[in-house]
Write a protein of this length. Structure first.
Length: 147
Protein backbone atom coordinates (compact mmCIF):
# COMPACT_ATOMS: atom_id res chain seq x y z
CA UNK A 1 0.00 0.00 0.00
CA UNK A 2 2.71 2.52 0.96
CA UNK A 3 4.74 1.58 -2.12
CA UNK A 4 1.97 2.47 -4.55
CA UNK A 5 1.88 5.94 -6.03
CA UNK A 6 -1.93 5.84 -6.04
CA UNK A 7 -2.01 5.83 -2.22
CA UNK A 8 0.28 8.85 -2.01
CA UNK A 9 -1.47 10.77 -4.77
CA UNK A 10 -4.88 10.10 -3.20
CA UNK A 11 -3.48 11.26 0.14
CA UNK A 12 -2.06 14.43 -1.44
CA UNK A 13 -5.34 15.14 -3.26
CA UNK A 14 -7.30 14.58 -0.05
CA UNK A 15 -5.00 16.96 1.85
CA UNK A 16 -5.29 19.53 -0.93
CA UNK A 17 -9.09 19.47 -0.81
CA UNK A 18 -9.25 19.39 3.01
CA UNK A 19 -6.78 22.28 3.28
CA UNK A 20 -8.88 24.29 0.81
CA UNK A 21 -11.97 23.64 2.92
CA UNK A 22 -10.19 24.49 6.18
CA UNK A 23 -8.74 27.63 4.67
CA UNK A 24 -12.20 28.69 3.47
CA UNK A 25 -13.44 28.78 7.08
CA UNK A 26 -11.52 32.04 7.45
CA UNK A 27 -14.07 33.72 5.14
CA UNK A 28 -16.78 33.21 7.78
CA UNK A 29 -14.86 34.33 10.87
CA UNK A 30 -15.25 37.90 12.05
CA UNK A 31 -11.95 39.51 13.00
CA UNK A 32 -11.85 41.37 16.26
CA UNK A 33 -8.94 42.85 18.15
CA UNK A 34 -8.24 41.75 21.71
CA UNK A 35 -6.73 45.09 22.78
CA UNK A 36 -6.94 48.72 21.67
CA UNK A 37 -4.01 48.50 19.25
CA UNK A 38 -5.40 45.37 17.55
CA UNK A 39 -8.88 46.90 17.36
CA UNK A 40 -7.42 49.99 15.68
CA UNK A 41 -5.46 47.82 13.23
CA UNK A 42 -8.55 45.74 12.33
CA UNK A 43 -10.54 48.94 11.87
CA UNK A 44 -7.90 50.48 9.60
CA UNK A 45 -7.52 47.30 7.54
CA UNK A 46 -11.24 47.21 6.86
CA UNK A 47 -11.94 50.92 6.37
CA UNK A 48 -8.79 52.61 5.02
CA UNK A 49 -8.90 52.61 1.22
CA UNK A 50 -5.67 52.47 -0.79
CA UNK A 51 -5.58 54.53 -3.98
CA UNK A 52 -4.05 52.13 -6.50
CA UNK A 53 -4.87 54.19 -9.58
CA UNK A 54 -7.37 53.60 -12.37
CA UNK A 55 -10.23 53.92 -9.87
CA UNK A 56 -9.14 50.96 -7.73
CA UNK A 57 -9.44 51.74 -4.03
CA UNK A 58 -9.42 48.41 -2.15
CA UNK A 59 -8.95 48.03 1.57
CA UNK A 60 -6.16 45.84 2.89
CA UNK A 61 -8.86 43.31 3.86
CA UNK A 62 -10.02 43.23 0.22
CA UNK A 63 -6.48 42.39 -0.92
CA UNK A 64 -5.97 39.73 1.76
CA UNK A 65 -9.36 38.16 1.02
CA UNK A 66 -8.53 38.02 -2.68
CA UNK A 67 -5.20 36.29 -2.04
CA UNK A 68 -6.84 33.95 0.46
CA UNK A 69 -9.51 32.96 -2.06
CA UNK A 70 -6.80 32.35 -4.67
CA UNK A 71 -4.90 30.09 -2.25
CA UNK A 72 -8.03 28.04 -1.44
CA UNK A 73 -8.96 27.76 -5.13
CA UNK A 74 -5.41 26.71 -6.08
CA UNK A 75 -5.56 23.93 -3.48
CA UNK A 76 -9.00 22.84 -4.65
CA UNK A 77 -7.97 22.84 -8.32
CA UNK A 78 -4.85 20.78 -7.59
CA UNK A 79 -6.74 18.24 -5.49
CA UNK A 80 -9.60 17.84 -7.96
CA UNK A 81 -7.29 17.45 -10.95
CA UNK A 82 -5.18 14.84 -9.13
CA UNK A 83 -8.28 12.93 -8.02
CA UNK A 84 -9.78 13.12 -11.54
CA UNK A 85 -6.61 11.76 -13.15
CA UNK A 86 -6.53 8.87 -10.68
CA UNK A 87 -10.14 7.92 -11.38
CA UNK A 88 -9.53 7.99 -15.15
CA UNK A 89 -6.48 5.71 -14.85
CA UNK A 90 -4.37 7.86 -17.17
CA UNK A 91 -0.93 6.70 -18.22
CA UNK A 92 2.05 7.28 -15.99
CA UNK A 93 3.60 9.62 -18.56
CA UNK A 94 0.67 12.04 -18.08
CA UNK A 95 0.73 11.60 -14.31
CA UNK A 96 4.46 12.24 -14.20
CA UNK A 97 4.02 15.55 -16.00
CA UNK A 98 1.14 16.61 -13.76
CA UNK A 99 3.11 15.60 -10.67
CA UNK A 100 6.07 17.71 -11.79
CA UNK A 101 3.74 20.70 -12.20
CA UNK A 102 2.22 19.99 -8.77
CA UNK A 103 5.68 19.71 -7.21
CA UNK A 104 6.79 23.04 -8.66
CA UNK A 105 3.63 24.91 -7.65
CA UNK A 106 3.22 23.40 -4.19
CA UNK A 107 6.97 23.44 -3.52
CA UNK A 108 7.09 27.19 -4.15
CA UNK A 109 3.90 27.60 -2.11
CA UNK A 110 5.44 25.67 0.78
CA UNK A 111 8.62 27.78 0.72
CA UNK A 112 6.59 31.01 0.63
CA UNK A 113 4.44 29.78 3.53
CA UNK A 114 7.52 28.94 5.60
CA UNK A 115 8.72 32.54 5.38
CA UNK A 116 5.44 34.46 5.22
CA UNK A 117 2.70 32.66 7.18
CA UNK A 118 2.11 30.66 10.35
CA UNK A 119 2.05 27.01 11.46
CA UNK A 120 -1.20 25.53 9.96
CA UNK A 121 -0.53 26.48 6.31
CA UNK A 122 3.15 25.59 6.71
CA UNK A 123 2.29 22.11 7.98
CA UNK A 124 -0.48 21.41 5.47
CA UNK A 125 1.44 22.63 2.39
CA UNK A 126 4.53 20.81 3.65
CA UNK A 127 2.58 17.55 3.93
CA UNK A 128 1.02 18.08 0.49
CA UNK A 129 4.47 18.65 -1.02
CA UNK A 130 5.85 15.57 0.79
CA UNK A 131 2.99 13.32 -0.39
CA UNK A 132 3.36 14.58 -3.97
CA UNK A 133 7.11 13.94 -3.82
CA UNK A 134 6.60 10.37 -2.57
CA UNK A 135 3.95 9.79 -5.27
CA UNK A 136 6.44 11.02 -7.90
CA UNK A 137 9.19 8.67 -6.72
CA UNK A 138 6.86 5.66 -6.43
CA UNK A 139 5.37 6.21 -9.89
CA UNK A 140 6.09 3.23 -12.21
CA UNK A 141 8.41 3.88 -15.14
CA UNK A 142 6.08 2.38 -17.79
CA UNK A 143 3.94 4.63 -19.97
CA UNK A 144 0.89 2.35 -20.03
CA UNK A 145 -2.33 3.08 -18.17
CA UNK A 146 -2.01 1.94 -14.59
CA UNK A 147 -4.89 1.15 -12.25
Amino acid sequence: MFRRYTFWLKTAATFQILTACLHSVSFFVNQEGSNDAEKEMVNLMSTLRLDMGQGFTPTMNNLITSMSAGFALMLLLGGLINWFLLTKHVGTDILKGVLVINLIVFGITFIANVFLTFIPPIVTTGLIFLFLLIAFFTLPRSVNAVG
